[in-house]
Design a protein. Structure first.
Length: 334
């Protein structure tokens, strides 16, 4: 059975924007406890893009990154680099060097950029430290750290050690994850990611898993705005083929009647709107592919899939980037 076309990059970024505190509370409680949450986290997306611009490649990005400025309990600012390695598989001896190198390069560039500190609202420089945190969505590892080494012991060498979360460890703690989901929306995101991967080649299983996760949202009495946000994220992560969409809609209507709520009606309206937008997006994506093919030649399959799952904003940005691009990497700088 062909694997459903799924976009993981965009929903992870959106989930981190909405639920960053919940993300750390669930996956990095040791770090969550160090932060003064009375100070709103600041997302340094543009700064990170400028620092890592040349790391994007024409094969299509399979990771999501966030650089977030927070304040610790001593009122000192520091930055958190969150790297989500999507569809990463096991971290093997062969894959570790390239993964670790990317984490090291990010950390080095951020440290170099902010070596003189971060300026506070009064214009006073403050020392900054960086915490690098990687989330591996498919790794079956269990360790809390990974180490990247380079150089020659007879000359110069070094090591970069960083924290890592293996998302699949929650598969053996599913009951605990469901319990966490009662008060932590990011647990719902993790459930969707894990079930999306488990059902990547089994669409009926994906339909059942998707429906069950959404059922939890109603059981736990989430607020309307959170339900709609999470529905959007789940729908992104757990894309269904066209032939199963009607079955999913029927399941949603049944849930609405069971719980006597009207959120699904709103979701259906979003679905209708999404259907109209989907046609427009497909046209824009097709045009972008034609332009790229004409300028750079045949596109890799992974890149074609990335274009097909792109958001309207991404398609617009990439289309404009073509004007000045000299290679594919330049186009996909956001």
């Amino acid at each position: 059975m062909p694997e459903s076309s799924t976009d993981y990059d965009s929903p992870w970024k959106e989930a981190l924007d909405y639920y960053f505190e919940d993300f750390l509370r669930l996956l990095a409680s040791w770090l969550h406890a160090q932060i003064d949450w009375s100070h709103q986290p600041v997302f340094l997306d543009k700064e990170l893009q400028a620092l890592t611009q040349d790391t994007h490649n024409g094969r299509g990005r399979l990771y999501a990154d966030k650089l977030v400025r927070v304040v610790n309990l001593s009122r000192q600012p520091f930055c958190i680099l969150v790297h989500v390695e999507i569809q990463g598989g096991r971290v093997t001896a062969a894959s570790l060097p390239s993964f670790g190198r990317r984490m090291f390069r990010y950390a080095w560039r951020i440290e170099d950029r902010y070596i003189d500190g971060i300026t506070d609202i009064k214009g006073t420089p403050q020392k900054m430290r960086l915490v690098s945190l990687a989330v591996l969505t498919a790794s079956r590892g269990t360790g809390t750290h990974l180490t990247y080494s380079w150089g020659n012991l007879e000359a110069n060498s070094g090591q970069f050690r960083f924290r890592v979360v293996h998302l699949s460890t929650w598969l053996d703690r599913w009951a605990e994850l469901e319990k966490e989901a009662a008060s932590n929306p990011f647990a719902v995101v993790v459930m969707a990611q894990l079930q999306a991967q488990a059902s990547s080649k089994n669409d009926p299983q994906r339909l059942a898993s998707k429906t069950q996760i959404i059922r939890l949202l109603y059981r736990y009495h989430y607020r309307k705005k959170d339900i709609l946000r999470l529905l959007r994220i789940i729908d992104w992560m757990m894309t269904l083929p066209v032939e199963l969409e009607s079955a999913f809609e029927e399941a949603m209507i049944s849930l609405e009647q069971e719980h006597k709520v009207t959120f699904i009606t709103s979701f259906e309206r979003l679905g209708e709107k999404r259907g109209l937008e989907k046609g427009l997006l497909q046209g824009e994506a097709a045009m972008l592919q034609r332009l790229l093919t004409r300028k750079f030649g045949p596109l890799p399959e992974a890149l074609q899939q990335r274009i097909q799952s792109a958001t309207p904003a991404q398609l617009e940005t990439w289309s404009l980037n073509i004007l000045d691009a000299t290679m594919l990497d330049d186009v996909f700088t956001e």
